[in-house]
Structures are given as C-alpha cells and as structure tokens.
Design a protein around this ligand. Structure first.
Ligand code: GUN
Length: 287
C-alpha cells in the first residue's frame, strides 16, 4: 500500500482563508479587529523565525499583530507587568509568550499569568483542566491542527485505536485528551513504554510527538493506519542539512493508509490554529 499524503500546507491555507473571511465580516459588521500579542524574550534563533512567521500570518488574515521583543536579561517582574498590561488591553484578544524562555524565568508562573480567555496557546492551567474535563477551553494549536486533519480524513473517529507517542504538555497530553473527546480508545506511549513497536502496531491512528528523528519506522505501523508526524528535527545527512519528522517517512508510507509529510504536514496547521484560536477568543470576548 502507498499511503495517501495528507497535505497540511493546503489544509492550513484553507483554514487561514476561512479565518480571513470571518475577520473581514467581524470588521464590517461589528467594527471589531481581532488582535494577537506575541512576546519574545531573548535571541533564540528558532524562536525569532517562529515569531516572524506568526506576525506575517496574523497580518495576512487581517488581524492586528502586537509584537513585544524583550532583552534576554528581562526580569520576571518586567515580563509579568507586560502580561498584566496585555491582559487589560481590549485590543488584544490573544496573548502568546514564545517558549522556551531564558532559564532565569519561571515559564509556568509566566504562562499562568495570562488571562485564560486570552491564552491562545491553551497552556494556562485553567485551560488544561477545562480540556481534561471536556469543557469549553482554549485548545493547544498543534494537537488541534492534528485533530482537524484526522477528522477531515476519517469523518468520525469514535471507536478507533489511537496511540500517541510522546507525553509532553504541549502536544502529547492534549492530543490524547482531544482524541478521547472524540471517543477514540487512547494509549499514550513514551520513552519507557515496553515493546513500543507492538503498542504502535495496534494503532488505527498513530501520532508521533517524541522529538526523535525518524524513530517510528514502517514495521511499527499497522497496515492502513493514519500516521500523524508532529516531529520537526533538523539533521545532517550526506553533508546536507535536512528537516525530518519523528517518523521514517518512506518505510511508514509504504504501510500506512495516510500520512502527514515533514515539512508540509502538521507544521503549517499550528499557525493556522493559532489564528483560529485568536478569532475564537475575540468572538467570545465580544459575546
Ligand atoms: N515554542 C515552540 N512551540 C511553541 C508553541 O506552540 N507555543 C509557544 N508559546 N511557544 C512555542
């Protein structure tokens, strides 16, 4: 079998177009412009690229983008004061603090200072609890993007065996909650899981979010399964820099029914879902 390629880039373009259409209507009919504030502390090169892309995408869909770039030695008090100011600003509907933060800053404290209704990352402890109890919340962008692609491919997910490899707070755990919410039978596997290949092979839906290049190989995939690759790993091969996922693409694609590529799979969906979350936050804030 050769897997169907799930085109995250095209899917994300479609989501962004729908967001842009909704934003235009909000402006015309309600005089409202959704606003996203992104806070970057320090000079991490990868974070700078992510923040730049978020800014460009925000503007492109017609939203207001507020960028705050702070020095690497910014104090916790200064950062918390900025978050308080953004929490109180009616033009700001979504707030994202780019992670990782420099080591002297307490990420949990900082994230939990964001007003839950403006927490478009879905990382605030209130949103984590709401998601875990099946209540209306802000949902983390990467797992939300994965869920949208899975629903699009399968229609209903109820009763399917889903295995999420990776237990991070940002992807693995919320992904598992979302799949459970759609009535999948969910297993979370991780680095200490015994016989990982056997566990993965039971999956109708296999989500790889471990951060280890090409760790999931074709022999671990059930024939016909849907494979979602969240990994973005920069490696060097044959003297060239390459971007690969957590899934060994060629061997997995030979067995799977559908698979997301890297790049062009989950990655583009993350920013699209951030914009969708900002729009949701704006609509909820304005009734
Ligand atoms: N750094 C890497 N991914 C993310 C993300 O989804 N949100 C934030 N805030 N920082 C990140």
């Amino acid at each position: 079998m050769t897997a169907k390629v799930i085109d995250g880039k095209a899917f994300a373009a479609n989501v962004r177009a729908q967001v842009a259409e909704h934003v235009a209507r909000l402006k015309e009919e309600n005089g409202l412009t959704p606003g996203l504030a992104v806070v970057l502390v320090g000079e991490d090169p990868a974070s700078k690229v992510y923040v730049k892309n978020k800014h460009a995408s925000t503007i492109e869909v017609g939203m207001a983008s507020f960028e705050h770039r702070l020095e690497a030695n910014t104090s916790e008090a200064e950062l918390l004061a900025l978050i308080d100011q953004l929490n109180a600003d009616p033009a700001v509907h979504g707030i994202l603090v780019q992670l990782p933060l420099p080591g002297h800053l307490n990420s949990e404290l900082v994230i939990n200072r964001i007003a839950p209704a403006k927490d478009v990352d879905g990382f605030h402890i209130s949103n984590v609890g709401l998601l875990g109890t099946g209540q209306k919340s802000m949902v983390p962008c990467t797992p939300l993007g994965c869920l949208m692609m899975l629903r699009d491919h399968h229609g209903k997910l109820a009763g399917l065996n889903a295995v999420v490899v990776g237990r991070s707070n940002i992807v693995g755990k919320p992904m598992a909650q979302l799949l459970l919410g759609d009535s999948c039978t969910v297993t979370i596997a991780h680095s200490r899981t015994k016989d990982l290949a056997e566990v993965c092979k039971r999956a109708d839906i296999l989500v790889a979010a471990v951060g280890r290049p090409e760790m999931i190989t074709g022999d671990m995939v059930k024939p016909g399964a849907t494979v979602i690759d969240v990994g973005i790993n920069r490696i060097e091969r044959d003297g060239k820099a390459r971007l690969v996922g957590d899934v060994h693409y060629d061997s997995a694609a030979a067995v799977a029914g559908a698979i997301t590529p890297v790049p062009g799979g989950v990655g583009p969906m993350t920013i699209a879902c951030l914009l969708a979350n900002t729009l949701t936050a704006c609509c909820r804030a304005n009734g």
